[in-house]
Ligand binder design. Structure first.
Ligand SMILES: *[C@@H]1O[C@H](CO)[C@@H](O)[C@H](O)[C@H]1NC(C)=O
Ligand SMILES: *[C@@H]1O[C@H](CO)[C@@H](O)[C@H](O)[C@H]1NC(C)=O
Ligand SMILES: *[C@@H]1O[C@H](CO)[C@@H](O)[C@H](O)[C@H]1NC(C)=O
Ligand SMILES: *[C@@H]1O[C@H](CO)[C@@H](O)[C@H](O)[C@H]1NC(C)=O
Ligand SMILES: *[C@@H]1O[C@H](CO)[C@@H](O)[C@H](O)[C@H]1NC(C)=O
Ligand SMILES: *[C@@H]1O[C@H](CO)[C@@H](O)[C@H](O)[C@H]1NC(C)=O
Length: 401
């Protein structure tokens, strides 16, 4: 990606990561954990093996699915490194506590890396994941109408907004609101049923356990979130809340695309598309490049009984705004403005996430081992998982079973 020149070392050595950013104040801080060329070449030379580096499968209570997991102060996740066949050559190991109760993995960035690494997680059989909780813990861009930088969000839906037809906006009819049209639709993104995609791949939208989401939201709300004066200064450029307010914990949804989109036109278009696919109930507040791929790969494991789809949490902290403040160009905002949201966003992954990890450990017996029964439909737009609820995403025509 475009910040490759910044030297970010290992994701867990995030102190180094934070300080390397601190010394490049004029550069924007974005949604991605980047890896230095030196680290790439070292890791790519590691021997590949089809075998897990553990004799018996580890049975974690929670797996943290990272792009960045900041400051491993209390968990000691480096006690037990497990090399997993099929993981990214940049991030070949899962890192676990000595007991194996908490593990962390890094997928690599973008939809393809996320899908391949998560598939490897359960197909490798290095782990018994049948009772495991999964916490997607990453950073994302944020819609200033719903969140601000440093905010911590918990999603019920993840929408794959890039899976559409795309024209350059300069070559669409004058009345088109953006260059994105749902597949096989006649109109660009609007939350109207005539605009519904005429063909679905099945990865367009995922829904997770709202009861678990609400508990995670409550736990994260107990944390004292990090913030910085520099982030607050840029926020003040937005003359409306919540963009110009301190960070908070928020329930709202996340959109996935490999395209690193930016600007109010695409932000509004994808907000509309999110509403369309979630029957009007999804709130587009976050932008990222992995979650739908991660969710699809977890879903495939759930279909085969390898893991429990009701145990997935999607947590994303906001590192930057998805559109410029009034009076600033979109290109300046993304490429040059010192938004300064990255530091609080990486701190807050840990600050909020650790509350959830601690709760899972403390209340395993009696609560988490049995699971929080979903009160909503969970799964994909194809209704691939058996369950007591009918889908409330997509339309009846899209359910294949
Ligand atoms: C686990 O991996 C980390 C990072 O690669 C390393 O610092 C640590 O020493 C390893 N732990 C063990 C027990 O080998
Ligand atoms: C992508 O994942 C997000 C959760 O991060 C979900 O809200 C959204 O519906 C998913 N979209 C697609 C198209 O899979
Ligand atoms: C845009 O204008 C064309 C005629 O030029 C019309 O057919 C179409 O319905 C309009 N689209 C929208 C979204 O209003
Ligand atoms: C947030 O983190 C920064 C950088 O480590 C630190 O300087 C600051 O004091 C923290 N602020 C709060 C409110 O925790
Ligand atoms: C979003 O949908 C609303 C209502 O249908 C419409 O007015 C608006 O132009 C759309 N915006 C974009 C960018 O698609
Ligand atoms: C979509 O939402 C409407 C209005 O809230 C509701 O009547 C309808 O049952 C929902 N459709 C599905 C498939 O849940």
């Amino acid at each position: 990606m475009r910040l490759n020149s910044l030297c970010l070392s290992s994701l867990l050595a995030a102190n180094a990561l934070a300080s390397s950013f601190a010394h490049t104040p004029s550069k924007p801080k974005h949604r991605s954990a980047l890896t230095s060329p030196e680290r790439r070449s070292t890791l790519a030379k590691r021997d590949a093996s089809l075998l897990c580096s553990t004799a018996a499968p580890i049975k974690p209570k929670i797996v943290i699915i990272s792009m960045i997991w900041y400051e491993d102060t209390s968990l000691n996740l480096y006690a037990n490194n497990v090399t997993v066949p099929g993981f990214s050559s940049l991030f070949p190991d899962a890192h676990c506590t000595a007991s194996g109760e908490v593990c962390q993995m890094t997928t690599g960035e973008g939809e393809i890396n996320a899908a391949a690494s998560i598939l490897a997680l359960w197909l490798s059989k290095c782990f018994d994941l049948t009772s495991t909780y999964f916490m997607i813990a990453g950073i994302s861009g944020g819609n200033p109408h719903h969140v601000t930088t440093g905010s911590v969000t918990f999603a019920k839906y993840a929408v794959q907004v890039g899976l559409q037809e795309e024209f350059d906006h300069s070559q669409t009819p004058d009345n088109a609101t953006s260059g994105y049209y749902p597949q096989n639709a006649d109109y660009p993104d609007e939350a109207s049923s005539e605009d519904y995609p005429g063909s679905l791949y099945g990865t367009e939208v995922y829904e997770v356990n709202e009861n678990l989401r609400d508990r995670a939201y409550y736990l994260a709300s107990l944390a004292k979130l990090n913030d910085t004066d520099a982030a607050a200064k840029y926020r003040a450029n937005y003359q409306f809340a919540p963009a110009n307010q301190p960070p908070r914990v928020v329930k709202c949804d996340s959109a996935t695309s490999d395209q690193y989109w930016s600007g109010s036109v695409l932000g509004d278009a994808f907000g509309n598309y999110t509403e369309l696919l979630t029957n009007g109930s999804g709130i587009y507040c976050g932008t990222q490049q992995e979650d739908n791929a991660t969710l699809e790969s977890l879903l495939r494991g759930a279909v085969l009984g390898m893991l429990d789809y009701s145990r997935v949490i999607i947590m994303r902290t906001i590192s930057d705004f998805d559109r410029a403040p009034p009076g600033e160009t979109e290109v300046y905002h993304l490429l040059y403005a010192a938004q300064e949201g990255f530091t609080p966003s990486i701190h807050n992954i840990y600050v909020a996430g650790i509350e959830i990890v601690k709760d899972v450990m403390k209340y395993w017996n009696g609560i988490y081992d049995r699971g929080l029964t979903p009160g909503n439909y969970i799964g994909d737009v194809f209704n691939s998982l058996p369950g007591p609820f009918s889908p409330d995403i997509g339309t009846a025509a899209s359910y294949i079973n």
